[in-house]
Design a protein around this ligand. Structure first.
Ligand code: FCB
Length: 398
């Protein structure tokens, strides 16, 4: 199928995204690694060598650049940079500096995430977000990172803070006692505090544009259940969008939608099952590329219109043609939102590589296949398809 196209704004960034723990391999000093290898672990598959990108990043960046893409989003690993509290590894900082240099050498704009889901073991063992030192610790980590960020223009402080909070739902909440039934406002505020401390450091430092990237879940209501939808959504999304109002930009991450309506449990409302016959991706999610348009519009509404960048969007599938269809659909929705005034500065696809999806290598989101034994990289047709849009700087319309 050939698409109509619309020119993208001058300087629009076209790229792909990754995260350290999902691709580097051997990330042994993180709490996540510890959980993966704990006896009787509930995590189906450990990360092991992942894609060995810790060593092969020059090849990853070259693949992306050769295809025509102009931006690479990657994360630095706190557990490597600060292996024990207060101990800074100069060698690991240098490693990430070399990644930035590798991007610059190829005219690729680095978009650097400071925190993407994983923590050093010492953090997990000393209270995590429940420690009253969490803000200071993240501020200090940001200060350490600034040593290598001098020519970096885009920094994401924390990836999907709202998903991190969702994952703390079953924990003891210091404000509300045990088993708080829903995302913990206490943890949400702690993460927001860390984000604000981090952006404060970054603001005082050169020309960096800083913000965080929020998972936009496109909450839609069963007719008549709008008030419950709004309640469900607040601590899972909108609180985090509100925190971005003073930021330089916000990362918009979108995959699917969540429909809120009646349920049989004590709360009486929540996510609805997908109707029989709904097309599902390898993560079990609904195939719904239109989500990105909704996500951008909702983000603009809640943040008051700060610049946005799509920092993740994609589909887990073994059928690369379907990935291209999904992405074309999502980009069409993005362009419609831009036509309606949404200020979008770039599109970064999730993901560059088939990677470790937090417990399994099975959901393949990559533009590039990675052989699990040899680490040989083989680009998929979707990589050159996206690269071609980047070279022409046009958005497809389907
Ligand atoms: C997002 C995460 C990213 C990846 C995608 C599929 O929630 O930020 O690491 O796992 O989902």
């Amino acid at each position: 199928m050939t698409d109509d196209t619309t020119p993208a704004p001058h300087g629009f960034l076209w790229g792909a995204a990754t995260a350290a723990h999902q691709i580097e391999g051997g990330n042994v000093n993180t709490g996540h690694w510890e959980l993966e290898y704990a006896p009787g672990s509930a995590i189906p598959e450990p990360s092991g060598d992942a894609c060995d990108s810790y060593h092969r990043y020059p090849e990853d960046i070259a693949l992306l650049a050769d295809a025509g893409l102009t931006a690479y989003r990657f994360s630095v690993e706190w557990a490597r940079i600060e292996p024990e509290e207060g101990v800074v590894s100069r060698a690991q900082l240098d490693h990430y500096r070399r990644m930035i240099d590798a991007c610059r050498d190829r005219d690729v704009e680095p978009v650097v995430t400071l925190h993407h889901f994983t923590f050093p073991r010492w953090w997990e063992h000393s209270g995590g977000w429940y420690s009253d030192r969490s803000t200071d610790r993240f501020r200090r980590f940001t200060e350490i990172c600034t040593r290598i960020l001098d020519d970096v223009n885009w920094v994401i402080t924390i990836n999907e803070p709202n998903m991190m909070v969702n994952q703390t739902e079953a924990r003891i909440d210091t404000e509300n006692g045990v088993n708080f039934p829903g995302p913990s406002p206490h943890v949400a505020r702690a993460i927001a505090g860390a984000h604000h401390a981090s952006t404060e450091v970054l603001r005082g430092f050169g020309g960096v544009k800083s913000g965080w990237s929020v998972a936009n879940q496109v909450f839609q209501a069963v007719p008549g259940w709008e008030a419950q939808r709004d309640e469900w959504q607040y601590w899972r999304e909108d609180f985090f969008l509100e925190q971005a109002r003073e930021d330089d930009f916000i990362g918009v991450q979108s995959y699917l939608r969540t429909i809120i309506g009646p349920t049989d449990d004590a709360q009486g409302f929540g996510p609805q099952p997908w109707p029989e016959g709904t097309e599902r991706t390898l993560t079990g999610w609904e195939y719904y590329p239109e989500a990105l348009g909704h996500a951008l519009r909702h983000t603009r509404e809640v943040t008051g219109g700060i610049p946005m960048m799509v920092t993740e969007n994609g589909m887990a599938t073994s059928d690369d043609r379907r990935r291209i269809d999904y992405t074309a659909g999502a980009l069409t929705a993005m362009q419609d939102a831009m036509d309606d005034g949404c200020d979008v500065r770039g599109y970064l696809h999730w993901s560059l590589l088939d990677n470790y999806e937090w417990g399994s290598f099975r959901p393949t989101f990559g533009l590039v296949v990675v052989d699990r034994e040899t680490f040989v990289r083989t680009p998929k047709p979707s990589l050159s398809w996206l690269g071609d849009l980047a070279r022409r700087n046009v958005v497809p319309r389907r």
